[in-house]
Design a binder for this molecule. Structure first.
Ligand SMILES: CC(C)(O)[C@@H](O)C(=O)O
Ligand SMILES: [Mg+2]
Length: 555
């Protein structure tokens, strides 16, 4: 047992003495596996506010199953609350803090197994990075999604309705009472925001990764059934430990393909691209950004969920859940189903009895929204190392967009330009120097993308950036442009009035300016001064790599 390192033999008498002092261990417990419970209880995030009780529930179930649990907690940033100010620059960097702190706890104390309890955006990938890095047997069980909201008129709502509501209010489309109605009804319970945003995308992908149990992504946080899922995860970790099945046995290269396949079928958040690449990197898998397009080309887009439609995670759950989508992909022969998962069964066995019960919410593979996936990687002279767009959340019928560049060197300036009407139909809004290094921290831009969508301009204005988006972003929004402007990427060479063309069919993003002119501009380009000079963000900016490699830190 790994934990023998801290509990067996004469040299470990002091260690045992300390373990007894915790009140959690008796001498008769020493032969039992020590299980870490990596929780993320934080009470400013609605997706995490209920996790203190969940931690207790999981620990009780571990004891019942014959293990000794020890709980520790990670930090967590609420992306919604951190949106639109300096707070958002800490969001992506928090992923590395979470991975590093989980690794620290697991390796310092030699746990035999771990139950990870994540929920919101960076907590799930941070913990997954730690899981494959430490490679200690584990099971993941997330906090669960929020119930969908309803306006006083009965219209379905999610957090995106409030962000877009701000744009609608500022442009006079709704009044203060209507905005207040959205604000007060969009987020009715605890749980991760109710659409296919980043948190839920990652929590659904874990079902396909086989590292979480079926229903992990869609069973709402408030449901009694979710309690059974927490207890079952605790029981399953004991089997994973007994059989020594490790995260890297479960998460292999083919399984990374499968994660992207589900992402394509359900139109996951663009952030999943960053996170899954980072997880692959930690697992020692060399996975390129280009490979995602190969998956996209063979996987149909089956489920349009908010922000691409009005359907919530609850609707997906009631329509058969993620297992029903996976079953379609298994039957279509586009994933690798004969591999082990934390249920102790194969993926094929996990989904054998799954059924689509509502074909409005989850379409069958012979009637997809599109024969290709909901996410796309674009290349071109503006993004030699790639860029990402959620094509599934672009208005139907738009396959390309050409417009005139309007340039902003920060998100704040762009927000002002959209709010004061400087941004007009036909514009391609360029927001640069907001990448992993330049931001620093590659902030999510839900405020400007919602301001455009809320004004009803989402088919007439495009937005391109080296920053990133929320899962709730919709419209012609291209993010993760690599290399980023602060590193000398061509995005920094765009001038107001330049023509930019985005072609979704050809997966291209081009600046319609000659190579000779671009070379001239490059010769006079100066790298910007770092925006943050001290603290974690300054350290992060020095170590972070490009978005096309998942924004992982250099070792
Ligand atoms: C606040 C949101 C909607 O959770 C966003 O952070 C996302 O990435 O989806
Ligand atoms: Mg987010």
């Amino acid at each position: 047992m790994r934990s023998d390192m801290i509990k067996k033999g004469v040299d470990r008498a002091p260690h045992r003495s300390l373990l007894y002092a915790t009140g959690k261990v008796k001498p008769t417990d020493l032969p039992k596996p020590f299980i870490g419970v990596c929780n993320s209880y934080v009470d400013i995030i609605p997706g995490h506010v209920h996790l203190r009780e969940v931690g207790e529930m999981v620990k009780e179930a571990i004891r019942e199953a014959g293990g000794i649990p020890f709980e520790f907690n990670t930090i967590g940033v609420d992306d919604g609350i951190a949106m639109g100010h300096i707070g958002m620059r800490y969001s992506l960097p928090s992923r590395e803090l979470i991975a590093d702190s989980a690794e620290t706890m697991i390796n310092a104390h030699w746990f035999d197994g771990v139950v990870y309890i994540p929920n919101c955006d960076k907590i799930t990938p941070g913990m997954l990075m730690a899981a494959v890095r430490t490679n200690v047997p584990c099971v993941f069980v997330s906090g669960g999604p929020m119930e969908a909201g309803r306006s006083s008129k009965g219209q379905p709502l999610s957090l995106t309705s409030v962000f877009e509501g701000v744009g609608a209010y500022r442009s006079g489309k709704i009044d203060e009472t209507e905005l207040l109605d959205l604000e007060q009804n969009a987020c009715p319970t605890c749980g991760s925001c109710s659409g296919m945003f980043t948190a839920n995308s990652m929590n659904c992908l874990m079902e396909m990764l086989g590292i979480a149990l079926p229903w992990n992504g869609t069973l709402v946080a408030t449901s009694e059934d979710r309690h059974n899922l927490f207890r079952e995860a605790a029981r399953r970790v004991m089997d994973m430990v007994a059989q020594n099945i490790r995260p890297r046995d479960i998460i292999t290269e083919e399984v990374i393909d499968d994660a992207f396949a589900l992402d394509m079928a359900m139109g996951g958040s663009t952030n999943t691209v960053l996170h899954v690449l980072a997880i692959a990197h930690e697992a020692g898998i060399d996975y390129s950004l280009e490979r995602i397009n190969e998956v996209a080309k063979r996987v149909p887009y089956l489920a349009k969920i908010s922000p691409a439609s009005q359907y919530s995670m609850q609707d997906v759950h009631n329509a058969g859940g993620i297992s029903a989508i996976i079953k379609e992909l298994v039957d279509a022969g586009v994933v690798h189903p004969d591999r082990i998962t934390v249920t102790g069964k194969t993926l094929r066995e996990n989904v054998a009895n799954a059924n689509i019960t509502n074909e409005q919410v989850i379409r069958r593979r012979d009637n997809p929204y599109s024969p290709v996936g909901g996410l796309s990687i674009l290349y071109g002279n503006l993004a030699p190392d790639g860029a990402v767009i959620k094509v599934g959340a672009v208005a139907p019928g738009i396959t390309s967009f050409e417009g005139e560049a309007i340039c902003f060197n920060s998100q704040d300036e762009a927000q002002e330009g959209i709010n004061n009407g400087t941004v007009r139909p036909g514009h391609v809004v360029v927001i640069r120097y907001e990448g992993p290094k330049g931001g620093p921290g590659m902030p999510e831009m839900l405020a400007p993308t919602s301001a455009i969508a809320g004004r009803g301009l989402d088919t007439e204005v495009a937005l391109i950036t080296d920053g990133r988006f929320s899962g709730a972003t919709r419209g012609i929004c291209v993010g993760h442009i690599s290399p980023e402007a602060a590193e000398g990427g061509p995005l920094g060479l765009v001038e107001p009035g330049d023509r930019i063309r985005i072609d979704l069919t050809e997966r291209r993003i081009e600046l319609l300016v000659s190579d000779a002119e671009l070379e001239k501009r490059r010769a006079s380009w100066q790298p910007p001064q770092p925006k943050v000079q001290s603290g974690y963000l300054a350290r992060y900016a020095k170590l972070v790599t490009s978005a096309n490699t998942g924004g992982v830190l250099k070792v």
